[in-house]
Design a binder for this molecule. Structure first.
Ligand SMILES: Cc1cc2c(cc1C)N(C[C@H](O)[C@H](O)[C@H](O)COP(=O)(O)OP(=O)(O)OC[C@H]1O[C@@H](n3cnc4c(N)ncnc43)[C@H](O)[C@@H]1O)c1[nH]c(=O)[nH]c(=O)c1N2
Ligand SMILES: CCCCCCC(=O)C(=O)O
Ligand SMILES: [Mn+2]
Length: 496
């Protein structure tokens, strides 16, 4: 039954920083490693039906890893419940037997969030895939846990509405709630945190709650603690999100995209800061360094100049969009930007942004056989130029290939540190670069992760970011909501 320890890749990442693990020492119940018994599997079959329970090796392995470098740790069993009630019964069963529960959306996460390091039951929520309501006049919708962002937007197309939060992958919207995801549109429309109005959550003992109140779908609320945002970014460690009520937006009347090339990263990032300081309501403003542009061209068959470049987009009424475009073009020029390429045509724009969303694959294809470590720091916008420039220097002074791409309008950028899985030296060097980047960001009032979440790989940075007091509160919240430590144990906090 058990097939643990399929350590395909880099193994557990070790930081060069002396990590104060005592600051996160778990006072929670320890979950034992051990197979899920056949009697529990029989009960899971009773709850979900035999076709919605799998112990097959390929299914377990497919659910034991995400898109990150973290190695595969398959769960003992995967269930595909078709209703909140079934999720609740599965949770209750696991609670009674103290068996880990690992919620699974699309498995596109960047931090090993779905790995079953303690075995247990993977709850794949994708069969709950109904859009339950679209309240066009209120600009909101309610989706079940398996609905993806592309699926939602396809079904909204004829309504004149859309949901703008756009990680590159077509992941589940509830997975996006769980990781606190964002993407290229967040500079204008916000992240999941600003766009979730209510969540239905199954707690570890099977209780079902609605975080904003039963059926509540208001733009604002001062009622009680903000439970909704407690679960946003909780990465499956506090409960299973089975439904989300989300804000929707009117599709913009006019959209204009552009690319502009710069002599160096500093001038590109200076342009970003100045653009935002001018109050231009950018819809997207993304930076690709020259290495990323090279990978982008090769992967998506473009022939853009291989220098640091900004990808821009403006949304609004036609005359506003044109005016804003002109102002930003002038700012780009003033900072040494050249070859401002406009993309007005819808197909051209879609092709461009699809290629931008594929940057992760473009970067990882630069070295065949390599794996990667994707970083995700975020700083206040005024500190962005210095951190991007320092980080680039640090990478250039190392032996690691590390293209940079960023949602720079939010002060958030990624490096993909490309390493060979059989080279402990490269892995150590990349981990050290990542640690320095996170430390640098936190010193500037930033965070170790803007959108990918903590998962397994950033737990040691939380201590620095929150200090002992903050870690204690997080541990107490975990203890209250998950007293048996069965919800995705060992993710976000060192509870394993
Ligand atoms: C090419 C590419 C590009 C991007 C990204 C990925 C890839 C492959 N991502 C990362 C990823 O798409 C993002 O983290 C998603 O929110 C993950 O959603 P999944 O449905 O795949 O969750 P996945 O199944 O990977 O799970 C992620 C975590 O959430 C938990 N979880 C999932 N569903 C849950 C539920 N219903 N209830 C409770 N917990 C649940 C899991 O347990 C796990 O801890 C990203 N991200 C981003 O923010 N910005 C970006 O720009 C990109 N870009
Ligand atoms: C090329 C860097 C990829 C980082 C992971 C995907 C992501 O978040 C993105 O914005 O792209
Ligand atoms: Mn991103």
């Amino acid at each position: 039954m058990m097939l643990r320890g399929l350590r395909i890749l880099l193994g557990t990442q070790r930081s060069h920083i002396a990590v104060n693990l005592t600051a996160q020492k778990s006072t929670l119940a320890q979950v034992e490693n051990g197979a899920v018994s056949s009697s529990v599997i029989e009960k899971l079959v009773e709850i979900c039906g035999s076709k919605d329970v799998s112990t097959s090796t390929p299914v377990r392995e497919q659910h034991g890893r995400d898109e990150s470098y973290h190695h595969c740790e398959p769960p003992d069993v995967v269930v595909f419940p078709t209703s909140t009630e079934k999720v609740s019964q599965v949770a209750r069963l696991c609670y009674d037997h103290q068996i880990p529960i690992i919620p699974f959306g699309s498995g596109t996460g960047m931090e090993g969030g779905v790995t079953a390091s303690k075995g247990g039951v993977c709850v794949d929520v994708t069969k709950m895939d109904q859009i339950e309501a679209v309240n066009a006049e209120d600009f909101d919708c309610t989706v079940q846990s398996g609905v993806t962002r592309v699926g939602l937007n396809n079904s909204l197309r004829d309504t004149g509405l859309w949901f703008p939060v756009d990680p590159g992958a077509d992941c589940t919207l509830c997975g996006m709630c769980a990781t606190g995801a964002s993407g290229t549109n967040a500079v204008r429309y916000g992240t999941m945190r600003e766009n979730v109005m209510n969540l239905e959550v199954v707690l570890s003992d099977g209780r079902i709650i609605e975080t904003a109140g039963k059926g509540t779908r208001t733009k604002k609320s001062s009622a009680g603690y903000n439970l909704t945002n407690l679960f946003v970014g909780s990465e499956g460690t506090l409960g299973i999100i089975t439904k989300a009520t989300l804000k929707l937006y009117g599709q913009p009347e006019s959209i204009l995209s552009a690319i502009c090339h710069f002599p160096d990263v500093q001038s590109a990032v200076d342009t970003v800061v100045q653009t935002l300081q001018c109050g231009i309501p950018m819809a997207r403003i993304e930076l690709l360094c020259e290495k990323m542009m090279d990978a982008f061209n090769k992967y998506s068959n473009y022939d853009y100049k291989v220098t640091p470049s900004l990808f821009l987009e403006f949304h609004g009424a036609e005359n506003h969009v044109d005016d804003q475009g002109k102002i930003v073009a002038e700012l780009c020029e003033a900072n040494g930007g050249t070859q401002f390429n406009w993309a007005k045509d819808m197909d051209e724009r879609n092709k461009l942004w699809k290629a931008r969303h594929m940057c992760f694959y473009a970067a990882t294809s630069l070295r065949p056989g390599a794996r990667w470590l994707a970083t995700d720091v975020c700083v206040p916008i005024s500190r962005l130029p210095e951190i991007v420039v320092e980080t680039k220097k640090d990478i250039d002074n190392s032996s690691i290939l590390g293209p940079i791409v960023g949602h720079v309008g939010d002060g958030n950028f990624h490096t993909v540190l490309v390493v060979m899985p059989d080279s402990p030296e490269e892995i150590a060097e990349a981990s050290a670069l990542h640690d320095r980047m996170a430390e640098r960001a936190m010193k500037l009032g930033g965070t170790c992760t803007g959108e990918h979440g903590v998962g397994l790989g950033k737990r040691h940075h939380l201590v620095t970011q929150f200090g002992q007091g903050g870690m204690d509160v997080m541990m107490q919240l975990k203890q209250t909501l998950d007293p048996k430590n069965i919800m995705n144990p060992g993710k976000v906090l060192f509870t394993d």
